[in-house]
Ligand binder design. Structure first.
Ligand code: 0O2
Length: 268
């Protein structure tokens, strides 16, 4: 391959990251719908820029003709978690899909085997099949799973690494290593109050879901022409919401659900 048609070559990579974004975001949505703690906080994807691909190929002495065979992180998915424990939950979720909609090629645990730079993350390299207008293609993709604290550190370090282009001054390297340890200390400390944080999040989520259901049920009264009832329930809801008692909101929603059944309307 002498001249690379970058647009054409990179299209299936974009398709792979788009599909994976939807799949991992759906897992998060499912947890939220079920009012459970989602180990996935944020999903981000990217296709490596052409200049980054060329830099990596240069660094590794990879000829142009071998770029797509050897560089495995052209497609990238980054999953950010709140807690270290969640990272391993996400790893398990991915392992559970192995052989189904993706194939795991390699796993690298840079949390238990921290890089000398201080870098921590869990990497999983997968093959993901996309179906394009020209046929099926197996796309390699690197999934990086890390906490918010690890991500904060890696983002800062990445920019400095770029700035110094492999010649980072020793004092800065040491500072960053110390920051990585401090940041991991924060992750460890946060982990000890994980259950309490999750409990609080659950209460907030339950309340949000409940309010959503109540407002949908009230809105449905409008669609079936019960305007007077809609206004009455709306006023009642505002008073109850200000009171802030979640049990009362539950009972109120039960009343609305019974009425929805009576009028044969559904909030879905
Ligand atoms: P970008 O811009 O994020 O894509 P290599 O790059 O050859 O050392 P390899 O074998 O491809 O590494 O795999 P590895 O070690 O799993 O690293 C791949 C990616 O992990 C890197 O991609 C970074 O995103 C991240 N990473 C690895 N080590 C470090 C580190 O010390 N600091 C930071 N900030 N990130 C790291 P790219 O291509 O370097 O960058």
């Amino acid at each position: 391959m002498d001249i690379i048609n970058w647009k054409e070559e990179l299209l299936p990579y974009k398709q792979a990251t788009d599909e994976l974004y939807i799949k991992f975001s759906s897992i998060k949505k499912e947890y939220i719908e079920l009012e459970q703690h989602s180990p996935i906080e944020l999903v981000q994807t990217r296709v490596k820029s052409i200049s980054s691909i060329l830099d990596k190929a240069n660094k590794r002495d990879t000829p142009l003709s071998k770029i797509f065979e050897t560089i495995e992180d052209i497609a990238g998915v980054r999953i950010t978690c709140k807690f270290v424990e969640d990272i391993y939950k996400v790893v398990q979720l991915i392992r559970d899909r192995d052989g189904k909609d993706l194939i795991i090629k390699e796993e690298e645990d840079y949390i238990n085997n921290t890089k000398s730079s201080g870098y921590r993350s869990y990497h999983i390299t997968i093959k993901y099949k996309v179906i394009t207008t020209t046929g099926c293609k197996e796309i390699p993709c690197e999934i990086q799973i890390r906490t918010m604290a690890m991500n904060f550190w890696a983002t800062i370090e990445h920019s400095l690494r770029y700035k110094y282009n492999g010649n980072m001054p020793k004092h800065l390297k040491e500072k960053l290593q110390a920051c990585a340890e401090a940041s991991f200390q924060l992750d460890t400390e946060m982990g000890t109050i994980r259950d309490e944080i999750i409990q609080t999040q659950k209460i907030i989520q339950t309340k949000e879901n409940l309010v959503y259901k109540i407002l949908k049920n009230i809105q449905n009264l409008y669609y079936i022409g019960k305007i007077e009832k809609m206004n009455q329930f709306n006023r009642e809801f505002i008073d109850l919401y200000q009171e802030g008692d979640i049990d009362k909101l539950f009972n109120f929603n039960n009343k609305l659900e019974t009425m929805a059944n009576l009028y044969k309307v559904s909030y879905m």
